[in-house]
Design a binder for this molecule. Structure first.
Ligand code: FES
Length: 101
């Protein structure tokens, strides 16, 4: 698949801490449920260990923390297909009280 700069990508951390918290299942769920035009990437550490599994959606740089496999459907439906981020699952460190789209 050709990736352009504007392509949407979902990075799912697969480094040690996030894996202990279930990141492999989260990655599998994204691979299964994401729209075909979205690239799902098994990433290295995203620098937020202990808050995982961490998920980063690019290019809009939206972070989700503590994601479990059962919650992936909400992100794929609402955010990846619907274009609206899932407020209740956002990583508060980076999206504390921001209401930006
Ligand atoms: S191990 Fe996932 S953010 Fe560091």
């Amino acid at each position: 698949m050709k990736i352009t700069e504007s392509s949407r990508r979902v990075l799912v951390c697969q480094n040690r801490t996030c894996r202990k918290q279930g990141a492999a299942k989260v990655l599998a769920a994204f691979e299964k449920l994401s729209p075909s035009e979205v690239e799902v990437v098994a990433s290295g550490c995203l620098g937020q260990c202990g808050n995982g599994p961490m998920v980063l959606v690019l290019p809009e740089e939206v972070w989700y923390s503590g994601v479990c496999a059962e919650e992936v459907a909400a992100i794929t439906e609402q955010h990846l297909r619907g274009g609206k981020r899932v407020e209740r699952m956002l990583y508060r460190k980076f999206h504390g009280f921001s209401q930006q789209p």
